[in-house]
Design a protein. Structure first.
Length: 315
């Protein structure tokens, strides 16, 4: 993909971005270690950060004063094969401060060492921990959204489906940044020559193959493994989906948004021109990223405010 298709603000960073050596075990180990050690910036002031041992680990971001009673369960990205909660410290802490909510960020086991359903089970464990700890956290369990980035957004979408089918308290919204929704994209050989920036289809095939334990694009996948494979999307909570127009996932994100709307699910689709995959995570200080994050947080804040439960006994 030609660099002149990338927004001018992002070109310098994109041109310097190395290819991730995720196909080999040694490469994944190096990238995972670097992610855990790298500090993307200082967390927002006035936000407390607490680590909890539950499942693969949970990190809780609490704004000063405890927040409004709403919360977000966040799932980090990494193509199912890399990533860690620490990579989103700035994002989660700023979101907690700006919206006045508790953010619970879930770690999860990575493929191929731990394929599906390990990561989804860990996200579900984090949801259950949040629900059971709601009183301690000062959170109303009926005012919780689920969100994520890239593979984490794909996990968030699958978790929402699983929680919908399981009954009980469900998320009030799904907040998805460049979600990795459809393994069938990885099976499209016609996308390989495009060589998408940041995350191309070769990497996509590696990630999906590791997670599914089989070649992507097969005739069947397990329930809740691939969000876009679900036939009936009706009854799911409102969604916000953002993606760059030159992101490998642009078509599958657009298709999922259209299917949600066709199923009478409210869905805001934010297509960002000139934006490669995950730009808001690796270039958060650019105008294009700040604008997207502001739009996203405004949408989420409105959904969490709209979900405010009436106080018992009040009209």
């Amino acid at each position: 993909m030609k660099l002149d298709l990338v927004d001018p603000e992002l070109r310098r960073d994109v041109a310097r971005m190395p290819r991730l050596p995720i196909r080999r075990k040694w490469g994944r180990r190096i990238v995972r270690a670097l992610v855990r050690r790298h500090r993307p910036g200082e967390p927002a002031e006035g936000v407390g950060i607490t680590d909890v041992t539950a499942g693969e680990g949970i990190r809780v971001y609490t704004p000063a004063g405890g927040g409004s009673g709403a919360a977000l369960l966040w799932v980090h990205g990494g193509g199912y094969v890399i990533g860690d909660v620490v990579q989103d410290d700035v994002f989660c802490s700023v979101t907690a401060r700006e919206l006045g909510i508790v953010v619970v960020s879930a770690n999860y086991r990575l493929a191929p060492e731990d394929p599906f359903p390990a990561a989804l089970d860990d996200a579900f464990t984090a949801w259950e921990w949040l629900r059971k700890s709601a009183a301690t956290l000062g959170v109303d369990p009926t005012r919780v959204a689920v969100g994520g980035s890239s593979a984490g957004a794909g996990l968030a979408a699958c978790l929402v489906q699983r929680l919908h089918d399981g009954g009980g308290v469900r998320p009030v919204a799904q907040w998805l940044f460049s979600p990795m929704l459809d393994d069938r994209t990885a099976a499209r050989g016609d996308l390989d020559p495009v060589r998408h920036r940041v995350w191309n289809n070769a990497a996509n095939r590696t990630g999906w193959g590791a997670y599914l334990g089989a070649a992507p694009g097969g005739p069947h996948t397990p329930d809740y493994a691939v969000a876009a494979r679900r036939a009936d999307l009706s009854g799911l909570p409102p969604a916000w989906i953002s993606v760059g127009d030159i992101d490998l996932f642009a078509d599958e994100c657009r298709a999922y948004a259209e299917r949600l709307r066709a199923a009478d699910v409210e869905c805001a689709f934010d297509l960002v021109l000139g934006a490669p995959h995950g730009f808001e995570a690796w270039a958060p200080d650019t105008r294009i990223a700040r604008d997207l994050l502001e739009r996203g947080r405004t949408w989420l804040g409105a959904r969490l405010t709209a979900s405010t439960s009436p106080v018992p006994g009040e009209a």
